[in-house]
Write a protein that binds this ligand. Structure first.
Ligand code: HEC
Length: 138
């Protein structure tokens, strides 16, 4: 996925994660999510390498490998379904996997896996803004 302007994406991330219940209150902290700029680019790259083949680069469950799977990959742009899933569950699933998805416990650090949880939330939030045609969240 191209991350053309990490700063702007970072802004969006700060705003959208509130929308999907990832972070705490905005009142106390204008930038509740630390996954911005370079860090966001790095985790986007990791997602592109490891996850996008199935989940799709925007998380829409349409990666090139998705069709051949016995089960559809989770669709991160389905906000209703994603809102039902807690951070801890996402983290657990990324670690353990569930056929046909492999587990990443051995391959990726805990930090990477938590950041992927954030990134999944980010994709969910971003898809909502695109759907609504909102360019800037605030
Ligand atoms: C081989 C294809 C494939 C790859 C690669 C893959 N996934 Fe999945 N993923 C799936 C499938 C299929 C499911 C649905 C499994 C199920 O029904 O429980 C899934 C489910 C998930 C879920 C559960 C969502 C939910 O709401 O329960 C998360 C989170 C997830 N994947 C994240 C990732 C991340 C992050 C990566 C990269 C590190 C990744 N996946 C790589 C196929 C894949």
């Amino acid at each position: 996925m191209p991350v053309s302007n990490p700063d702007r994406i970072g802004d969006l991330l700060g705003a959208t994660t509130n929308g999907v219940g990832c972070s705490s209150s905005r009142k106390e902290d204008e930038k509740p999510v630390s996954l911005t700029g370079e860090k966001l680019s790095a985790i986007a790259k990791l997602y592109d390498e490891k996850c996008a083949s199935c989940h799709g680069d925007q998380g829409a469950s349409n990666g090139p490998a998705a069709k051949a799977l016995s089960k559809e990959p989770a669709n991160f742009t389905d906000s209703k379904a994603m809102e039902r899933t807690k951070e801890g569950e996402l983290f657990w699933k990324i670690g353990k996997g569930r056929a046909p998805m492999p587990g990443y416990e051995a391959e990726l650090s805990e930090t990477d896996r938590w950041q992927l949880v954030r990134y999944v939330r980010y994709l969910t939030g971003r898809s909502q803004y695109r759907y609504l045609g909102v360019k800037r969240a605030r």
